[in-house]
Design a protein around this ligand. Sequence first.
Ligand SMILES: Cc1cc2nc3c(=O)[nH]c(=O)nc-3n(C[C@H](O)[C@H](O)[C@H](O)COP(=O)(O)OP(=O)(O)OC[C@H]3O[C@@H](n4cnc5c(N)ncnc54)[C@H](O)[C@@H]3O)c2cc1C
Length: 422
Amino acid sequence: MPDRYDVVIAGAGPAGAQCARDLAERGYETLVLETEPEETFPAQSNKSTGGTFPSMMGSFGIPDDVVMNYTDSVVLESPSENFQLTQPGAVLEFADFKRYLVRDGRERGATYRFDARVSKPITEDGEVTGVRYGGDEEVYADIVVDATGPSAPLAKALGVSDLKRSKQAVGVEWEFEGVDLDCPGYADLTDAMMLRLDHDLAPGGYAWIFHTGADTAKVGLCFIQNQKYSPNADRIRIDDALTRWLDGDPRFADANRIETSQHRGSAHIQPPGALSTDGFMAVGDTVPSIDPLWGQGIDKCMKSGRAAAVTADRCFTGRMDTSAEEMTIYDTLWHRDVAPKAAVRLLMTHLLYYAPTERYDRLIRDLRRLSSDTLTAANGGNPLALARLFHAGDISLFRGFVAEHRDLIGELLPGPRWLLSE
Ligand SMILES: Cc1cc2nc3c(=O)[nH]c(=O)nc-3n(C[C@H](O)[C@H](O)[C@H](O)COP(=O)(O)OP(=O)(O)OC[C@H]3O[C@@H](n4cnc5c(N)ncnc54)[C@H](O)[C@@H]3O)c2cc1C
C-alpha cells in the first residue's frame, strides 16, 4: 500500500504548522514533512525576531509561555527623529513558538516526520498527487501544500512561485544583554519594538531593537540586496552592516552578545505568483505572504495556512474536487484575508526604501503630527491619508522612483500605463 494522507504539508514553520493544526482539528489525515532533525528543531529555521501582536496570539490560541516580553509600544526612528505609538505587542521566543505549534498539532492528530527534506512534487496527468522526500521516499495525498518558506521546491517546480533574487530581503539578528534601553538622545525603548529607517545602517531596509526584558534585546537589520536602493553606498555584507551599527551606537557601548544567539533568513518583497494549481497550494513565505512594509510575517503566514486549511476542507466536502478551479478558493481568501491591498503595500514599501535617508526625518515628524486614525488609514493604503505624508518637494523623488521601477509598477498597477511613459 502506498503511504497516503488527505493532505501532505512540506515545512513546519508558522504557515505549515498552522495549516496542520486546523486540518487535524477537522479530522483530516495530515502529514507534515520537516527537513530539520527533531532533536535540534528549529536550528537553521529559528530565523525570526518573533515580534507580534495580540490579534495573532488570540486568533491562533498561542500561549503566554512562548512570549519573552510583552511590549507597550512601537517606536519608529530615523537618524534625528523618533515617533512612539502606543500599541501592545509580544516578542516571542521563536524556537519555543515553533515547537509549541508542532506539539499542539500532534495533540490535534497531525503526524510529523522530521529529517524529511522534500525535493519535488509527484504528478500524474498534470495533477499533483504526492511528494518525493528524504532521498527516495514517496508519500501521496489528495492535496499537497508547500510551506517551506523561500526555498519553495514544490511551488517552483510547478511554476506557482517565481521568487526573484532581485526582490530578496535578507535579515540577521543577534541577542544582547547590557543594552542601554533609555539612552539620552534616543526614545525610551523599555517594553518597545523599535524600527529604524537609515540607509547608512540598513541600505534599502531597516534596523531594529526589540526589548526582551531587563537589559536584553534582539538587535538586527534587514535589507533588499539591490543596488537600486543604496546607489551611493558600498555593497556591504549584512553581518558587517550589523557590526558597524553595534560599534557606532552608544546604546550598545556596554552590550554583550548572548552567545550563539543568531537569527537569520530572507523573504521576498514581491507580488505573489499563482498561489495554487490542481491539488496544490503554496502558503507563507513560499508565496510570499509577509507584509512587505513592516516585515510582519508570522501573522500573515499563519493566516495563509488557515486559508489553505479552509480551502482543503471545502474541496473535501461533498463531492471531492481538488481541481485547479476549485483550489482558487484559496487565492480568493489569500487576497481578501491574508494580504489585502498587496499591490499598494508593495509600492509603498519600495518607495520607502527608495527615499533618501534625509527624507526619513521629515516622515517621522509627519507621523508624529497625524492622528492615530489617519495613521491607521495610511498604513491600510488609503490614498487620502497617504497624501498627507507627501509634500511638493517629493516630485523629483516620485519621478526617480517611477523611472527606476517601471517593471514593478507595470506588474502591480497594469492600468495606468501613462505613468510609465518616458
Ligand atoms: C531576521 C528575521 C526577522 C523576522 N522578524 C519577524 C518579526 O519580528 N515578526 C514577524 O511577524 N515576522 C518576522 N519575520 C518573518 C517571519 O519569520 C516569516 O515570515 C515566517 O517565519 C515565515 O513562515 P513560513 O512558515 O512561511 O516559513 P519558515 O518560517 O521559513 O518555515 C519554513 C519551514 O520549512 C522547512 N523547510 C525548508 N525547506 C524544506 C524542505 N525542502 N523540506 C521540508 N521542510 C523544509 C524549514 O526548516 C522551516 O521549518 C522575520 C524574518 C527574518 C528573516
